[in-house]
Design a protein around this ligand. Sequence first.
Ligand SMILES: *Cc1c(COP(=O)(O)O)cnc(C)c1O
Length: 392
Amino acid sequence: MTDEFDEFEFATRAVRAGQRRTAEGEHSEPIFPTSSFVFGSAAEAAARFSGEQPGNIYSRFTNPTVSTFEQRLASMEGAERCVATASGMSAILATCIGLLESGDHIVSSRSIFGTTTILFNTWLAKLGIETTFVELSDLDGWAQAIRPNTRLLFAETPSNPLTELVDIAALAELARAKGVLLAVDNCFCTPALQQPLALGADIVIHSATKYIDGQGRCMGGAVCGSEELVGDKVYGFLRTAGPTLSAFNAWVFLKGLETLAIRMQAHCNNAQQLAEWLEQQPAVKKVYYPGLQSHPQHALAKQQQSGFGGIVSFELNGGKAEGWKLIDATRMLSITANLGDAKTTITHPATTTHGRLSDEERARAGISDGLIRVAVGLEAIEDIKADLARGM
Ligand SMILES: *Cc1c(COP(=O)(O)O)cnc(C)c1O
């Protein structure tokens, strides 16, 4: 997909890429809530179906609002092609089914979105696709886990909730040397803060449900990469299997992309201030945020990200009782597991997002009973601090 705005700056592409005005001359992008498209004649219908003539047929295949969103996100990620999906999970599923065969092997970082772990361990395993989990930042661990049948490396950076990073360029070099593909779940940074394809990754995956929406309204996802991998294989599966993004959700995400860069900057500013404040609280043992000097990978974060993100985690001196007390003492923060919202959300990972892990698995993932995750929103930082201070 080439776009007339491809040569423009990022902020301009975020606002303008992908739009094709109709004869009505609308300024804002239109929503096309239609399941099918009509043809001028039987011959035209035949030409569309055979692929001789490009154009819309049915919204499981293409829809103009969805196509505009795909083209805009492709432009922002620097991808040849983007395909949209009904959720982040269906983006990951479509990537795996589109690119892998039964008998193939995945190497994945351990601390990934919990449902992705279940997808790999339960559903892909059932199809004969096995996954080995490694520590995100340990490049030797990745190298050692690669086998002759490994086809895909899968990483989420920074990790949730402990904000650990992997050096994407180094991991991409390893993938190339071993002849395997590298997919990066870029949900936490978004293209506004990190562009994995430019660092050598083959595939970028999004849950658009998070920062791309930005206000916690719609479910959606996307896969970005080359025409061959994404346009051919991933889209090939999607148009058949059908986890299609709705035109309405695509429109909400398009509007989200227009303000993504300034919102991410505001999330980063608030998160940085909160992390620095938390480091000074006597009730807090440790703060995890890549923007802190104390973060072990602060230098790497500065190098591969243009901002440090909106997720801040911290460990209290106490355990579960103190963690729950802090959460229950808040009056403004939302007690919910979603993130990437204008509203700040607070979670106790050990009993929610990571509650299904065994004690040993949780310990290995570094999720202690006193750990709290805050997805910092866009409210006034003083109000966010005051709300957290109540229960400390
Ligand atoms: C939420 C999330 C997903 C899954 O996306 P859904 O839109 O909920 O299906 C995948 N990866 C990360 C990092 C997420 O935060």
